[in-house]
Write a protein that binds this ligand. Structure first.
Ligand code: PLP
Length: 265
């Protein structure tokens, strides 16, 4: 009897623990659902801003691709955006990106862009896993990517990163080197040059930003004219959460948006 009485509270404790764990599980599901609905809301807002900016500047919204910058965010969020129709995703870190690419390999038409700085000893991962590299600025890296791109895969689409603000420590090649760099890329048949990319100076000064975006547009038009027979030079990647409308006004054909879709990191 004594044993039985002492067993009752123990049994209650077990039941209570099970209920508590169940409760935690359901709040997780609720939190997850809330998170995904915020994501959907943010995504729709960004699409609307993109469309308004295009309308305001007499551009067709089909001309501007949205790259969702999913760096550090889980595959479940990428899947949610994919289900809403988003196809292009940007990653800055190789390990983080590779894990998501593997987890989401069943999504046949998803498109992965590497947009982070790339060291020459890490090129193989980009060559084997990504469809785009947006931050190409060194000949050695271009040659390694060309050599390492697996046979049977389409050429890696590349954008030349331009240090348009001419800041000392910044990645990207100088504006006056773009044509020579493009020329060097031409024989590398496993790379397909698609255009230019920049990260402008971190400033709120709209005049400065506009001037940098306009210089990029001029360079992009020169590049297109130079290689008009290739026809595939079609991408000017510039504009992030804070300056997407200005970038669209200045001729961006791709904007890269992280914070305004996924929230602050
Ligand atoms: C190269 C690059 N482009 C775009 C973005 C997205 O910027 P934002 O979060 O301001 O939209 C990032 C973010 O880290 C980035 O590194």
């Amino acid at each position: 009897m004594a044993f039985f009485l002492s067993w009752i509270p123990l049994k209650n404790a077990v039941v209570a623990a099970k209920l508590f764990i169940g409760y935690l599980g359901s709040t997780d599901i609720l939190n997850q659902a809330a998170l995904m609905s915020i994501l959907e809301h943010n995504y729709n807002q960004v699409i609307q801003r993109l469309q308004h900016a295009c309308m305001d500047h007499q551009r067709n919204s089909d001309e501007v691709k949205l790259l969702a910058v999913s760096k550090t965010k889980p595959a479940s969020m990428v899947q949610t955006l994919y289900d809403l129709g988003q196809r292009s995703f940007g990653e800055n870190y190789l390990q983080d990106g590779e894990a998501k690419i593997t987890e989401l390999s069943h999504l046949a038409d998803i498109e992965w862009h590497f947009i982070g700085p790339l060291q020459s000893n890490k090129t193989r991962s980009v060559a084997e896993n990504f469809q785009w590299l947006e931050t190409l600025d060194r000949e050695k890296i271009a040659r390694r990517l060309h050599d390492q791109r697996p046979e049977g895969m389409a050429p890696l689409n590349v954008l030349i990163q331009v240090n348009i603000s001419a800041e000392g420590q910044k990645s990207g090649i100088a504006a006056n080197q773009v044509m020579a760099f493009a020329e060097m890329l031409m024989p590398l048949s496993n790379l397909q040059l698609r255009g230019l990319m920049c990260i402008p100076e971190a400033t709120d000064d709209e005049t400065k930003l506009r001037s940098q975006f306009e210089q990029m547009k001029t360079l992009f038009d020169e590049l297109k004219a130079q290689y008009s027979e290739y026809k595939l030079i079609d991408t000017l990647s510039m504009g992030m959460s804070a300056d997407m409308s200005l970038a669209i006004a200045c001729g961006a054909t791709e904007i890269r948006i992280g914070t305004d879709i996924f929230g602050a990191r």
